[in-house]
Design a protein around this ligand. Sequence first.
Ligand code: PLP
Length: 461
Amino acid sequence: MSSEKYDRLKILDHRHLWHPFTQMRSWMRDDPVIIERGEGNYLIDVNGRRYLDGVSSLWCNVHGHRKLELDRALTEQAGRIAHSTMLGLSNVAATELGAELIAIAPAGLSRVFYSDSGAESVEVAIRIAAQFFQLTGAPSRTRFLTLAESYHGDTIGAVSLGFSEPFHRHLRGLVFPALKTEPPHIFRFHRQMTPEAATRTALDAAARVIDQHRDTLAALVIEPLMQGAAGMWAHDAEFSRGVAELARAAGALVIADEVATGFGRTGAMFACERAALAPDLMCLGKGITGGYLPLAATLTTEKIFEVFLGEPHEYRAFYYGHTYTGNPLASAVARANLALFRDEKIIERIQPRVAQLTAGLRARFAGLPYVADIRQHGLMAGIELMADPKRRIAFPSARAVGHRIIMRAREAGVIIRPLGDVIILMPPLSIDEAELELLMDTVCAATREILEREPSSELMR
Ligand SMILES: Cc1ncc(COP(=O)(O)O)c(C=O)c1O
């Protein structure tokens, strides 16, 4: 993997960059793949090598790369204006987009607050919820309930919700403690209950925590149907809806974090639709621009919005914002993204791909001795690998099984990214039948190569 251009860029990368979620010492020992272009569902590196984008460029790409309509929306908007502020002004693209988002959002949501990343959309939601209760005479409602191992982003507020000991222990002194409840996955997978019993037990557990904190709970924050970054921890619609009803009955708000699940990912436009969940606040990011530009949005109801109204001297306004809030370029691309969902009937069109993924994963992976679980909602799936699935014994983390599998897949021309030893498949919604076969074949071959060609004693060490 070498050319003069590549070598130069590699030196610059290793000398100046600091990559997210990356141990840079290991990074600097390796040859990075440096992407230069994209074409449909493929990424192309500076040496001209093509890779199938099996994780949608971190779960955000929807229609593939260089999608004509999105490219056009971007350049047309650039021909008008790239950016103007939303503080004291409005802009055409963000205004039109706001109305279009509300038109497709779950019933009851009527207001859009923009930000730039998924984490910020969550930050906005928890700050709206906290201020809502300060303004409505319930100042003790300051606590947030989240699911164990949930992930809501990487600002300090979002980390407080999704605190994880290995990643965040250095931040312990900075975060606020969130309340936790165990989702069905823990009861089904780790405690080997039936799915029905797991849902019931998880709802009982949530009811107990909510009851204990019923006077201080501000909001439940939930990734509906699928806790993505936890390792694709799936639960059913009944749990999403049930836990939301429990929170609401205790006087708390319900925040649906659809940053990962939104925009068709679970097979419906929003996971809330599949769960028949009507949130008070909904967080959107990632796929909102088809995976083109950083844009996020927090949607909420008129009831919540109205509480913030008052005279300037009353200081009820929502004092929050970023420089690029409601950026016109991103908003214009997001509008074109929504138009594609409508014109190309994306939700209808992906249904055969969803079924293909279900059948294809089962055919290739079910029954392999190290496959502990296959979890999927729509076009988001995780294959959990373990040294001893029956006894729930993980591979020693030093063996880096997940990492080695994805590196093997990369050699074969497929980019994926694991979460520990859970292999994640999250292709663009535009993936076609043959590309999906290729993705599953390559990942299966890579998995078998790493796990079947090595002596098992090696793997267990
Ligand atoms: C459910 C969920 N919420 C929030 C985020 C954070 O989004 P961002 O990385 O855009 O800040 C993510 C990112 O993976 C996510 O999966």
